[in-house]
Design a protein around this ligand. Structure first.
Ligand code: GMT
Length: 382
């Protein structure tokens, strides 16, 4: 198949999923065209079946806001024509599904179906802003196929947007051959020389991630045992988290590593993953940690309980209850095996339910289903 993929290229879960999906599809023989405003940050162009088409958004003094959605629609239609795309697959509804809808109309009479994958904040935050709700609902209704990355997100979208069409759940995935335990002693020695436990957090540091809570949890752990915290990522709340670190005199114990390309290397040496978000429709970073045999302590919100089983892969706690999270963290880290058996269980569960080898074929089958539904014979038969 020839597949166009659009996503936000910046540090964020939806871009990661779209990029990993494109690379997995190319490895399985499909031709993949990324149509984005910049190269997605995890995209390695090692595969000849992957191309990248940049959306150039020109500005003009008259425009308060450069018209990204229109430039994107134009580029999608152009790429569809030049590369004879079979379909477009857009990640994050706003504004990508609206652009794909325009591109489908521009491409007519050529058939250019599009699939929208909902990731979370496109529904839970942006889509619920009254001004965005009608157009988000419209573009979801108009999509040729819609997927959501958890049951929670599907149910919430159907309920809050009063959507009547079916939404297929295709969960996020992890490449279990790439994300695995590495126990790299040299890398570990960069952060801890005497075997102290390593806690880790990974996100885009937006307010919804509550990264100051990650530091607060660590501070409570650090009061009881020596330990280090690795903060991977960057974003608006980094300054606030650095302030808490300084205030609690933890500067020697907390490392802000910035945006990292190969997060699996760091996850692979960690002992515990912290995900204290206020809202999380899946929690991809937690799954990546689990695949690396790292137990997870996460908030009991959104789709997280579908991924992390309380008492099995780690523990769940109520948002902002840092004391309970710290208690769970200490319970794991002070065990004689420092949570290794829980980590092994976490990997086994990640492998059983979320390996790319099992999830990518679900996308392929869904593409086929959408393509078949759009073929003239199928239309006249229905
Ligand atoms: O977490 C973010 O704010 C980024 C956001 C995105 O769309 O880039 O992440 C969402 O999509 C991820 C990938 O499907 C999910 O794992 C995250 O749970 C989801 N974030 C939220 O729901 C807050």
């Amino acid at each position: 198949m020839k597949i166009g993929i659009t996503c936000y290229p910046t540090y964020g879960g939806s871009g990661v999923v779209a990029t990993e999906l494109g690379m997995e599809l190319a490895a399985r023989g499909h031709e993949v065209h990324f149509v984005c405003s910049a190269i997605p940050f995890r995209l390695s162009a090692a595969n000849e079946r992957i191309s990248y088409h940049e959306v150039e958004v020109t500005s003009y003094p008259l425009f308060d806001h450069p018209p990204y959605a229109l430039a994107l629609a134009t580029k999608m239609a152009e790429v569809a024509e030049q590369a004879s795309l079979d379909l477009m697959h857009v990640h994050y509804a706003i504004p990508h599904s609206v652009s794909a809808l325009l591109a489908r109309m521009m491409a007519a009479p050529r058939n250019l179906p599009f699939i929208t994958t909902l990731h979370g904040t496109d529904i839970t935050l942006v889509g619920n802003d009254r001004s965005y709700l009608p157009i988000t609902r419209f573009s979801i209704e108009q999509s040729d196929g819609v997927t959501a990355i958890s049951n929670y997100l599907r149910d919430r979208t159907l309920r809050e947007f009063e959507i009547k069409r079916p939404i297929e759940v295709i969960p996020n995935f992890v490449n279990c051959d790439v994300y695995k335990r590495s126990d790299n002693p040299l890398l570990r020695a960069r952060f801890t020389r005497n075997g102290d436990p390593l806690l880790v957090h990974l996100s885009n540091f937006r307010p919804v991630k509550r990264i100051t809570d990650a530091v607060e949890i660590f501070a409570l752990v650090r009061e009881k045992i020596p330990a280090k915290l690795l903060m991977i990522g960057d974003g608006p709340d980094r300054g606030a988290a650095e302030y808490v670190v300084r205030k609690k005199r933890l500067s020697k114990d907390v490392f802000f590593l910035g945006k990292q390309d190969h997060v699996q290397d760091i996850l692979g040496i960690a002992d515990l993953f912290l995900l204290p978000s206020d809202e999380e429709s899946f929690g991809l970073a937690a799954l990546e940690a689990m695949a690396c045999e790292v137990p997870v302590i996460a908030t009991n919100v959104g789709g997280v309980p579908e991924v992390v089983k309380h008492g099995v892969d780690g523990y769940l706690f109520q948002p902002r209850d840092v004391a309970t999270a710290a208690k769970y963290a200490l319970e794991i880290l002070t065990r004689s095996d420092r949570g290794r058996s829980m980590g092994e269980m976490a990997r086994a569960n990640a492998q059983k339910r979320y390996c790319s080898n099992d999830i990518i074929p679900l996308y392929e089958a869904y593409y086929e289903k959408v393509l078949n539904a759009g073929r003239p014979t199928a239309r006249s038969a229905s």
